[in-house]
Design a protein around this ligand. Sequence first.
Ligand code: GAR
Length: 208
Amino acid sequence: MKRVAILISGGGSNMVKLVESMAGDHPARPVLVLSNEPLAGGIALAKKFGIETSVVNHRHFEGREAFDRALNSQLEAVQPDVICLAGFMRILTPVFTRRWAGRVLNIHPSLLPKYPGLDTHARALQAGDAEAGCTVHEVTDVLDDGPIRGQARVAIEAGDTPETLAARVLKMEHRLYPAVLERFVSGKTGPVYLREEAEAPITSRLSD
Ligand code: GAR
């Protein structure tokens, strides 16, 4: 059984979907949920699942490398095969990325290489893009870079705001990340591509 650690900073909805997916004959199990934010809602959710949790508050460290060394030692204690960054909002240094190279996945709310960094949905709307989406990629030394392991696309609709778009993209994140994780822990690196389902035509919905 492969061992998966999940790093979060907030509500942890992606973490929940990953945890729920690792059941039955899935080849992996969650061994740790770690947050840099002491009040992250996802920590309470992970506890409800009975998963070991840990908080490493970045404010208690002088500089990114010291924080990353603390992350490494927490992770070394659980020996993860794979580390999923799921809404983990810290910039990582090579102290972390080189230690775990080839084992770390991240989900990012844009169609990378477009819009690394923050405010991805506002930037897609501002640019007049027809599509937005999310990407799961392997983590390297470079922020929001690294080999793409999955991507899901969402059509941008007239009247979309960053909030309405984020909500539709998040639904796709919840499908994409578990699909990529399962392939990744099985040693398959070919990317997963998903597209938002088109609404079923009204006639077929009535005949259901
Ligand atoms: C998700 O939309 C994720 O893609 C994004 O934070 C949100 C976390 O939501 N991540 C980033 O922006 C990373 N740069 P969640 O806590 O409900 O999973």
